[in-house]
Design a protein around this ligand. Structure first.
Ligand code: PMV
Length: 327
């Protein structure tokens, strides 16, 4: 009745921003990401307990984080009431809820550990559908490498799951996380998305552009065409944020250093360094770089005033159950 899973976070090259069904957490569009290592979430689930408990990074969690986990566990309890309550122990070896994609690895690891501890063996698609209901980006973190999330067409969401397009060995890209603040992000992604869907005059335009972006990004990744990918991924990030900024009130995740980094990354690229930026629901900037240039790019980013730290990740593999690593 207990199991431990590891999942790696992912960063989107074509962003997911907006839901078509809030209750089922169905995305309005597809998305496309790269799963990253060595950073990871490790989660242990033990069913058959007296009450639900969440220990997150060593501390007992209450309020929104616990409620979110309980709602997720309810999805399994609906079909398997004998499971009862669960203890969930989860830790990240990178900052949690800071716009650094911890919900992607968090709900992927939880979906895998919770089903495995319950003795259920789900297909990769069914596991991705389950993880999606915890967090949209989590559907993509069950697979390693380059992953495409299919928005699906079915009202019940059964065809809204992610599939691997290229393995983590396909292309030696690195991602440099340039941290611009300490602490947790201000607007949860679900709140920012819902506000954008409800009030942004640019939301439909954002959605209309995603199918072509998905096709083009997949082709650029397949051909390892860095310049093309840089242009497409920066456009997707800026268009996502433009639609959010245009909501009423505007959903603005950036700080001044975020903007400095956008300019700096473009300047470095103009000087010949293979780098591009992307930004998620937080003020940090993730800089993609070809492996051979990672050290030079990292050194350049550390020089930028206001950058509080830079850490590097590389393409990562599938989420998995672990049996041999002590907690
Ligand atoms: O998985 P969520 O609900 O936290 O949404 C993730 C949203 C972005 O990180 C901004 C974009 C993406 O596709 O990962």
């Amino acid at each position: 009745m207990n199991a431990t899973a590891i999942a790696h976070p992912n960063i989107a090259l074509v962003k997911y921003w907006g839901k078509r069904d809030a209750a089922l957490n169905l995305p309005a569009t597809g998305s496309y990401s790269l799963t990253l290592a060595p950073i990871r979430t490790r989660t242990t689930v033990s069913w058959g307990q007296a009450e639900d408990r969440l220990v997150l990074n060593g501390a007992e969690a209450v309020g929104r984080p616990l409620t979110r986990i309980q709602r997720f566990l309810d999805l399994l309890r609906a079909d398997h009431p004998s499971l009862g309550h669960a203890h969930v122990e989860s830790d990240n070896d990178f900052p949690t809820a800071a716009g650094l994609a911890s919900s992607s690895s968090g709900f992927a690891a939880l979906a895998l550990a919770a089903t495995s501890a319950a003795g259920l063996s789900l297909s990769p698609a069914a596991l991705s559908v389950l993880a999606r209901q915890g967090s949209g980006s989590a559907a993509r973190s069950l697979s390693g490498g380059f992953v495409e999330m299919q928005p699906g067409a079915s009202p019940d969401g059964r065809d809204a799951f992610a599939v691997q397009r290229y393995a983590e060995t396909h292309w030696d890209l690195r991602v440099l996380f340039a941290l611009t603040t300490e602490g947790e992000k201000s607007i949860p992604s679900t709140v920012g998305m819902d506000q954008t869907v409800a009030t942004s005059p640019y939301f439909q335009a954002w959605c209309d552009g995603v199918p072509a972006a998905l096709r083009d990004v997949d082709a650029a990744v397949g051909a390892q065409d860095f310049e093309r990918l840089a242009s497409l991924a920066e456009a997707s990030a800026l268009q996502m944020h433009a639609s959010a900024i245009a909501a009423v009130p505007g959903v603005l995740y950036w700080n001044g250093v975020t903007v400095e980094l956008i300019h700096a990354v473009r300047e470095l690229r103009a000087q010949g360094l293979p780098v591009f930026f992307t930004i998620d629901a937080g003020p940090h900037v993730k800089v993609f770089v070809e492996g051979h240039a990672a050290a030079a790019a990292s050194a350049a980013l550390r020089e930028i005033p206001g950058v509080r730290g830079v850490f590097e990740a590389r393409p990562g593999g599938d989420a998995r159950i672990i049996t041999d690593e002590p907690r």
